[in-house]
Design a protein around this ligand. Structure first.
Ligand SMILES: O=C(O)c1ccccc1NCC(=O)[C@H](O)[C@H](O)COP(=O)(O)O
Length: 217
C-alpha cells in the first residue's frame, strides 16, 4: 500500500505547485495567528482555489469557535477540518455535524500514557493526526519539528484512519513508517528552509522517501 502524504502550512502558489508535482494527497492551510504559517481567510481562499483536484484541502484550526469556523468554511473551499487544540469529543461531534466536512483530530503524544487519548477520539473523528505533544510553554501546539518515540506506536492499530506527524523529514520518514506501520504521514518544518518557508526540493524528497520507504538503517 502506498503512503499518503500531507504537507502542512502552505503559504504560496509555489508551495501548491510543489505539493501537486510531488504527488502529496493533502495540503494543510493553517489558521493560527501565532504561527509563521498563518493565513488570513482571503489568502487561504486564493490559495485553496489553486490546489488541484486530487489534493485534499485541509483547514487547520486551534480551539476555534463557531464564528471562526463559519467564516473559514464560508469562504475557503475545503475537503477536511483539522482540529489541533484541546477540542473535546463533544466538540468534534458538533463540528462534524455543523459543517458536514470530515474532521481530523490531532492528538499529542509524549509518552505511553498519552496513547489513551487516541481511543477516546476514534469513535467521533474521521481521521486522527498522531503528533508530538508540544513542549509545555511552546507558542505552537504543532508544527514544532519535534518527534516523539515512534516505538510507542509499534504493533498498535486503530479502526480510524490515522496520520503520523511530528519532526518528520526526508531523512527519517522511511524509518518512522517502518517502526509505526503508518500509511499516512504529515510534515511541516521538515520540508522548510526557514519557519514558514516551504522548500520544493525537500517536499519532493519527502514524498519520494515516504512513498518508496526503503529503510536506510
Ligand atoms: O504548523 C503550524 O504552524 C501549526 C500551528 C498551530 C497548530 C498546529 C500547527 N501544525 C500542525 C501540523 O499539522 C503539523 O504539520 C504537525 O504538527 C507536524 O509538524 P512538524 O513537526 O513541524 O513537521
Amino acid at each position: 500500500m502506498t503512503t499518503s502524504v500531507k504537507i502542512c502550512g502552505l503559504k504560496t502558489t509555489d508551495d501548491v505547485a510543489a505539493v501537486a508535482a510531488a504527488g502529496a494527497r493533502y495540503a494543510g492551510l493553517v489558521f493560527f495567528a501565532k504561527s509563521p504559517r498563518h493565513l488570513e481567510i482571503d489568502q487561504a481562499r486564493n490559495l485553496a482555489l489553486e490546489i488541484p483536484e486530487g489534493v485534499a484541502k485541509v483547514a487547520l484550526t486551534v480551539n476555534a469557535d463557531d464564528a471562526t469556523l463559519d467564516a473559514i468554511t464560508a469562504q475557503v473551499p475545503l475537503d477536511m477540518l483539522q482540529l489541533h487544540g484541546k477540542e473535546s469529543v463533544e466538540r468534534v461531534q458538533e463540528v462534524r455535524a455543523r459543517y458536514g466536512l470530515p474532521v481530523m483530530k490531532a492528538i499529542g503524544i509524549a509518552d505511553e500514557a498519552d496513547l489513551a487519548q487516541i481511543s477516546t477520539y476514534t469513535q467521533v473523528a474521521d481521521q486522527l493526526l498522531i503528533d508530538a505533544k508540544p513542549p509545555k510553554h511552546a507558542d505552537l501546539p504543532g508544527g514544532n519539528g519535534l518527534a516523539f518515540d515512534w516505538r510507542l506506536l509499534a504493533g498498535r492499530r486503530w479502526a480510524t484512519p490515522w496520520m503520523l506527524a511530528g519532526g518528520l523529514n526526508p531523512e527519517n520518514v522511511a524509518e518512522a513508517i517502518h517502526l509505526t506501520g503508518a500509511t499516512q504521514v504529515d510534515v511541516s518544518s521538515g520540508v522548510e528552509s526557514a519557519p514558514g518557508v516551504k522548500n520544493a526540493k525537500k517536499i519532493a524528497d519527502f514524498v519520494q522517501a515516504a512513498t518508496n520507504p526503503v529503510p536506510r538503517f
